[in-house]
Design a protein around this ligand. Structure first.
Ligand code: CAA
Length: 447
């Protein structure tokens, strides 16, 4: 992050996901003619969260915010900013945060958030990271400035498409303040941006246009570019790798955008492959899988790219890679395997995965690799705070177990907006009641 003047970062995280899910391995795999092993191992998604009829990105954001406030005994007057990252907007003009504040005011009283500012940021899956950068700069400026970043999305692709098994839904709310109990953010960040047609959703469309394999490559290129930019900015600052070691060695956890867990394995292979060149461990890797392909050895860029990606698949099977991946990357995919893609929140769902499974320890260093289609990447870093043990757990694994499994038919009806009733009537949550004739959305707290 660029220049917050004081120790500032993520103090707490609240996660909300729908109570409904679809298992990828049961009826779904059979109906789509897919081997369950492909979905569990080849993609990495076992269950996908499915929003009910009364849920949208705004209700999920409001539910996550309410939990964050209750966990931290915060009142509306304590929060100065609510910045929302989303690509599942419910209106072309009105900021989602105003709907969210409207819902929270059903609990805290009308006008109770009137001094809070709210902005909706759209930048595909990287939006919440740009929101975090902005809110942390503001929170670092003055003692008592407390802000919230909410990442909320519904990842929806056409039925029977290859994107279908990477769907999901959920919201993550981050509490941002000075002297944070979870992650103190470093001042350095690296960026990469380029115009791409990898994944986009033209106005009026309900599902994204996806050029699947191309989107994977754009993710790898952008993260590689942003990581190199981060290294230029951070070397000599928070990151000083001793001779013979790589920048990634300095991190205990490398968190990434998780469109599906297998993508994180591709990205880690690409990153370590690039980073380990010239180090002792690379000699051992080369002895097993041969030297890296070089562009000059192939007739054109497409052949070179195919050879490089095959090489990285082989690299991902070496013991050196498996050790580094299992220690530094894989634990952050725990929740994504059972929730699916939540777009801009997925990087922070990774943080919640580490926190809930007891992987975050005081003093550890974390790298955050954020990616948004279109495309843009941002790499930043932070240190786990000494007070991490003071942050209560959230019981997310238990909550996952308490969800209800949908039949394939009910899933398809919900997906197509063809159910007239909720599959489970809302209770103890914010719910969408409906839209009036002008298109204004009405929400309420369902007791
Ligand atoms: N057992 C184990 N593995 C198996 C298997 C089996 N029985 N059968 C197949 N597999 C493996 C394949 O070999 C492959 O692995 P390798 O790459 O190692 O060869 C893996 O499963 C994936 O299978 P496919 O290559 O056939 O890929 P697919 O046609 O299923 O498409 C996808 C995958 C492109 C990701 C598609 O799901 C998609 O378009 N998803 C949406 C777009 C997306 O998520 N893109 C990611 C980058 S963009 C981004 O990050 C932003 C965002 O959030 C959308």
């Amino acid at each position: 992050m660029s220049q917050p003047p004081n120790d500032v970062g993520i103090d707490d995280v609240a996660v909300h996901f729908p109570r409904l899910y679809l298992s990828t391995t049961g009826q779904f795999a059979a109906a789509r003619g897919l081997e369950p092993a492909k979905l569990v191992r080849g993609i990495g998604v076992e269950q996908m969260a499915v929003p009910d009829r009364h849920e949208d990105a705004a209700t999920m954001a409001a539910n996550a915010l309410l939990e964050l406030m209750q966990r931290n005994r915060l009142g509306p007057g304590d929060i100065g900013r609510i910045y929302i990252g989303t690509e599942s907007s419910v209106d072309e003009a009105k900021a989602m945060g105003t709907y969210v504040i409207g819902m929270l005011e059903r609990i805290y009283g009308r006008g109770s958030f009137s001094e809070c500012s709210t902005v909706e940021l759209k930048s595909a899956c990287i939006a919440a990271s740009y929101a975090l950068e902005n809110v942390s700069l503001w929170a670092g400026n003055k003692e008592g400035n407390i802000g919230v970043v909410i990442a909320t999305d519904i990842a929806r692709y056409s039925l029977n498409s290859p994107g279908e098994y990477t769907q999901g839904a959920g919201a993550v709310a981050l509490l941002v303040k000075r002297q944070p109990r979870m992650i103190s953010l470093d001042q350095e960040a690296g960026f990469f941006t380029r115009d791409e047609n990898d994944f986009f959703r033209p106005l009026g469309m309900k599902t994204a246009v996806v050029n699947g394999k191309h989107s994977n490559q754009c993710y790898l290129d952008a993260v590689e570019g942003a990581f190199a930019s981060y290294c230029r900015s951070a070397r000599g600052g928070p990151i000083c790798p001793p001779h013979g070691s790589a920048v990634t060695d300095a991190f205990d956890h490398i968190l990434m955008h998780i469109p599906y867990p297998r993508m994180v394995e591709y990205a880690a292979a690409s990153l370590f492959c690039q980073e380990w060149q010239g180090l002792d461990r690379w000699n051992s890797v080369e002895a097993q899988i041969g030297p890296l392909p070089r562009p000059g050895d192939f007739p054109g860029p497409a052949e070179y790219q195919e050879a490089s990606s095959q090489y990285q698949r082989r690299f991902a099977r070496t013991p050196e890679f498996i050790r580094a991946f299992s220690a530094k990357v894989e634990p952050s995919t725990l929740l994504s395997r059972r929730i699916g893609n939540i777009y801009t929140g997925s990087l922070y769902l990774g943080l919640a995965s580490l926190a809930e499974s007891g992987h975050l320890l005081a003093g550890q260093r974390c790298a955050f690799l954020s990616y948004g289609s279109g495309c843009s990447a941002m790499v930043f870093s932070g240190r786990v705070s000494r007070q991490i043990g003071d942050v209560p757990l959230r019981g997310l694994l238990k909550r996952l177990q308490e969800r209800s499994e949908l039949s394939l038919t009910d899933y398809e009806l919900l997906h197509e907006g063809a159910r007239s009733e909720s599959a489970i009537p809302p209770s103890g949550e914010f719910a969408l009641l409906g839209e009036d004739e002008q298109g204004y959305r009405h929400y309420d707290w369902a007791k």
